[in-house]
Design a protein around this ligand. Structure first.
Ligand code: CA
Length: 727
C-alpha cells in the first residue's frame, strides 16, 4: 500500500520536478540545512526515532496553496524527548505528527507560534501533535505547552495530557499593547487528564490576559474533547472579546468554562457530562454582551462559582483584573439535568456589589430526578428577565418565569435527554446537538489511554523483586512469585507500577521503608502479603509505602486490593509538599499495625494544604491496628474541594482509631467496630458534610464530632448506628 502510494506520488510529481520536494533528515544539522533552503510546498521529514534535546526552530514562508511542512517519517514515529521544544516563525507553515514525551521544555513555552518577539507565525497549522506528560518535575516551575502568537493560526487533532506543573496547557497570547484579532482556531483536540495543581495557573485553555481583555481576539474553540481536566477551577479561561466556544465535550472535568474578562463572547452547543464527579462545573458569566445558549449539562455537581450556570455579581467601576458587571447577558435554551446548582449573583459581597443588568434567562430546561429546586440567588437578580423556563422542581422562591412541569425525559439517538412532551420542544437545548465522538478528537494514531496500553508484565522470583522494579516502566505489572521476598533497602518506585501475586508471595521489609515513591511514582498492590516483621525495632518509625521525600508536581496514587498487611508502624505515610490524588484500600486485612494504615496528617501549615484528595477504605479487616486513618487539613482556607474520606463495609477489632480534622466530605457507613478507639471528627470552616450511618459500635465510644471554629455550617447526619455493649 505504502509502496503503491510512493509510486503514485512519484508519477504525479514527475511533470513538475522543480517544485515541491521532500527532505528526509536524520540529525539537527541536516534539519537546519533543509529549513534554510525550503521552498513553498517542500516537506522536511524527520527520520523516525528518538530525537533527544532537540530545540527546533522552524521558519519559512510558504503560500496558502503550498505551505512548508515539518513532519515525521511516520505519524508517531518521531519522539522528541529530553530538553526539547519547538519555535515556529513565518507564514503558511504546517507542523504535523510529532510526539513530545519523556522530558520537558527547557524554556517557558514548549511550542511557541513565534521564533522571537519580532517573528510570529501566521496562517500556520499545528496538527497531529502529541504532548504526553512532557512536564517539568518541579510543580512550582511554570511553562505553557502551546503558546499561540500571531494571527490565523490553527491547532487541531492534537493530544495533550498529563501536565503536572504550573502554567496553561494552551494559551492564546496577545503581547502587551498588541491587542489585535488573533483569529486562532483550536479544534478537534484531545485534552486529556490534567491533575489538580492545588493553586491558580492550571488552566487547560486561556485566551489572552486581563491587561488586553477589552478588545476582541476572535478565537474559536470548537469540537474539542476535554477529559479529566482537573488542574483548577477554570478549564477554559476567556480573557478577551469576540470568541466562540462551541461544540466541545467536557467530560468528568473539575472546573468550568469561564467568561472571566472581555465582552461579546458566544458559548454554545457544548456538552458537559459530569457523571457525578466532584466539582464538575458548567459556564460562569461575567462582563457584557455574553451569549450562553444551546448548551447541555448533565450530572455536574459543582456549586457556587462551579454551578451549571453561574452569573456573577460585579465590582462597581471595576479594575480590569477584577469583575466587570454583567450586562446584556443572554442565557437561553440550555438543558440542565441533575445538576447541583444554578447561581445568580454568585460571589456577591461588599466588593462585588453590582448585580447583573439588562440580561435574560430564557427557555432553559432544568430537570432533577429528586425534584429539588437547584436555583440560588446570592445577590439581586432583578436585572435578569426570566421567561419561559421549565423545571421539574418547584419554582425558585422570589423569581418569576419558571414553570414547574412533570418533565418526562427520553434519551434521543444523539445520546442526550429531551422532554417527551412536544409542548416543550422549544425549551432547552435543540434536537440537532451533536456529541463529538472521542475518536474524532486528537490524532487517530495515538492511543488515548497510552499509559495503560504500554504496560508490560514482568516476573519476580524471591530475591529478584528489587531488580524487577528497577527494570520496569510506566504501567508495567510485576507478578510476584510465591515465597518470601526479603527486602533490605527501600525499593524506589518512580512510575505507575502494579505488583500482583498470591498471599503466599510475602514481601518482608527489613528497612524502615519498604516502597519509597519518587516523583511520578504510583503503586498498586494486589493479592500479595506485606510484612514489616523483619524491620529492626530501633529503626525510625517504619512505613511500608512512603510518599516522595521532595516537593513534587506529580500527584501519586496508592491502592491495595486483596492484600494482607502485618507488623509495621505505618502502612501508607504521606509527606509535606506531595499530594496523593487517591488512596484506595479494598478487601484487605491488616494486623499488628502500631501506627496508622493511612497517615495523612503531614501538612501542618495554616494555608489549607493537605496530603490526600480522596481516601477510600472498603470491605477490609483491621485487627490490633492502632489507627486506621489520621487525616488533617488545617487552617481556615475555603478554596479547596477535598479531602474526601469514605470508609464502608469494614470490620475493626481493637484500636482502629479514625481521626479526621478539616475533612470536607466524610462517609462512614456499614462498618463494625469491636472494642475500638472510635471516631473523632473535627470540622473546620465552610460547609463540611459528615455522614455516619448504619455502623455497629460494640464496646466502642460514639463518634465525637467537634468544631474547630465558630464560623462554618457543617452538615452532619448520624443515623441507624447501633451501640452494643461488649459481648
Ligand atoms: Ca485561573
Amino acid at each position: 500500500m505504502r509502496i503503491a502510494a510512493l509510486i503514485a506520488c512519484a508519477v504525479l510529481a514527475a511533470p513538475v520536478p522543480a517544485f515541491a520536494a521532500d527532505h528526509l533528515v536524520a540529525d539537527p544539522a541536516a534539519y537546519a540545512a533543509a529549513v534554510k533552503k525550503a521552498k513553498p510546498g517542500d516537506r522536511i521529514i524527520l527520520r523516525d526515532g528518538v530525537w533527544r534535546d532537540f530545540q527546533i526552530i522552524f521558519t519559512g514562508r510558504g503560500t496558502a496553496d503550498k505551505p512548508i511542512t515539518l513532519t515525521a517519517q511516520t505519524p508517531g514515529g518521531v519522539i522528541l524527548s529530553g530538553q526539547s521544544n519547538l519555535r515556529i516563525g513565518g507564514e503558511h507553515l504546517v507542523v504535523s505528527n510529532l510526539v513530545f514525551r519523556d522530558g520537558y521544555s527547557p524554556t517557558k513555552e514548549l511550542i511557541a507560534f513565534r521564533r522571537d518577539s519580532k517573528t510570529p507565525a501566521s496562517n500556520t497549522r499545528l496538527t497531529g501533535i502529541v504532548v504526553d506528560r512532557f512536564t517539568n518535575p518541579d510543580r512550582r516551575a511554570e511553562d505553557h505547552w502551546v503558546a499561540i502568537y500571531g494571527t490565523d493560526n490553527r491547532v487541531d487533532h492534537s493530544w495533550f495530557a498529563g501536565k503536572g506543573n504550573g502554567g496553561v496547557t494552551l494559551a492564546v497570547i496577545r503581547p502587551k499593547g498588541q491587542p489585535g484579532e488573533n483569529r486562532a482556531r483550536i479544534d478537534h483536540n484531545f485534552f486529556g487528564p490534567r491533575p489538580p495543581l492545588g493553586s491558580n495557573g492550571g488552566e487547560t485553555i486561556r485566551i489572552s490576559t486581563s491587561d488586553e481583555s477589552l478588545s476582541d481576539s476572535r478565537t474559536i474553540v470548537e469540537n474539542n474533547w476535554f477529559e479529566g481536566c482537573d488542574g483548577e477551577v477554570e478549564i477554559v479561561s476567556v480573557k478577551s472579546g469576540g470568541n466562540i466556544i462551541r461544540g466541545n465535550m467536557v467530560v468528568e472535568s473539575q472546573g468550568a468554562i469561564v467568561l472571566r474578562h472581555g465582552n461579546g463572547n458566544l458559548v454554545e452547543r457544548n456538552i458537559f457530562l459530569g457523571r457525578g464527579k466532584a466539582s464538575t462545573g458548567g459556564i460562569r458569566v461575567i462582563n457584557r454582551d455574553q451569549i450562553v445558549r444551546h448548551n447541555y449539562l448533565e450530572n455536574v455537581t459543582g456549586t457556587s462559582f462551579l454551578s451549571a450556570i453561574a452569573v456573577m455579581n460585579g465590582v462597581p467601576n471595576s479594575a480590569v483584573n477584577r469583575y466587570h458587571q454583567v450586562a446584556n447577558a443572554v442565557i437561553e435554551r440550555n438543558t440542565i439535568i441533575d445538576a447541583a446548582r444554578i447561581t445568580f449573583g454568585a460571589g456577591a459581597d461588599a466588593e462585588r456589589s453590582a448585580p447583573p443588568v439588562s440580561s435574560r434567562f430564557d427557555r432553559n430546561l432544568i430537570y432533577t430526578a429528586s425534584g429539588k429546586d437547584i436555583v440560588r440567588v446570592e445577590g439581586d437578580a432583578s436585572g435578569i428577565a426570566m421567561t419561559g423556563n421549565v423545571q421539574s422542581g418547584p419554582p425558585p422562591k422570589g423569581l418569576t418565569g419558571f414553570t414547574q412541569s412533570d418533565i418526562k425525559l427520553v434519551r434521543a439517538a444523539n445520546g442526550l435527554l429531551y422532554p417527551a412532551d412536544p409542548a416543550l420542544a422549544n425549551v432547552g437545548a435543540p434536537r440537532d446537538l451533536v456529541m463529538l465522538k472521542r475518536e474524532d478528537a486528537g490524532p487517530s494514531w495515538y492511543p488515548k489511554n497510552a499509559a495503560a496500553a504500554t504496560g508490560r508484565t514482568l516476573d519476580a522470583a524471591p530475591g529478584a523483586l528489587a531488580q524487577a522494579v528497577a527494570a520496569s516502566g510506566p504501567g508495567d505489572t510485576i507478578r510476584v512469585a510465591p515465597g518470601t521476598h526479603r527486602i533490605t533497602a527501600p525499593i524506589a518506585v518512580g512510575h505507575s507500577l502494579t505488583l500482583t501475586g498470591p498471599r503466599a508471595a510475602i514481601i518482608e521489609s527489613a528497612a524502615p521503608t519498604l516502597f519509597q515513591l519518587t516523583p511520578g511514582g504510583s503503586l498498586h498492590l494486589s493479592g500479595v502479603t506485606l510484612s514489616g516483621a523483619a524491620a529492626s525495632p530501633t529503626a525510625e518509625r517504619a512505613a511500608l509505602i512512603r510518599a516522595p521525600q521532595s516537593v513534587s508536581i506529580l500527584n501519586y496514587r496508592v491502592s491495595l486490593s486483596d492484600v494482607a498487611v502485618r507488623d509495621t508502624a505505618d502502612v501508607i505515610s504521606t509527606t509535606p509538599g506531595t499530594f496523593a490524588e487517591d488512596i484506595a484500600i479494598r478487601r484487605s486485612t491488616f494486623a499488628k499495625v502500631s501506627g496508622a494504615v493511612v497517615a495523612a496528617a503531614a501538612e501542618t501549615g495554616s494555608k489549607g494544604l493537605y496530603s490526600a484528595e480522596r481516601i477510600t477504605i472498603a470491605d477490609s479487616d483491621f485487627t490490633d491496628v492502632a489507627t486506621i486513618a489520621d487525616v488533617a487539613r488545617l487552617g481556615t482556607d475555603e478554596s479547596t474541594f477535598g479531602p474526601w474520606f469514605a470508609m464502608t463495609g469494614n470490620r475493626v477489632v481493637g484500636g482502629g482509631a479514625v481521626r479526621l480534622s478539616g475533612v470536607q466530605n466524610v462517609v462512614i457507613t456499614g462498618n463494625r467496630f469491636d472494642s475500638g478507639q472510635g471516631i473523632a471528627i473535627a470540622n473546620s470552616v465552610g460547609a463540611p458534610v459528615v455522614r455516619i450511618t448504619a455502623n455497629v459500635f460494640a464496646a466502642t465510644p460514639e463518634p465525637a464530632i467537634t468544631r474547630l471554629y465558630p464560623q462554618g455550617t457543617p452538615d452532619i447526619v448520624l443515623a441507624d448506628n447501633q451501640m452494643e455493649a461488649l459481648r
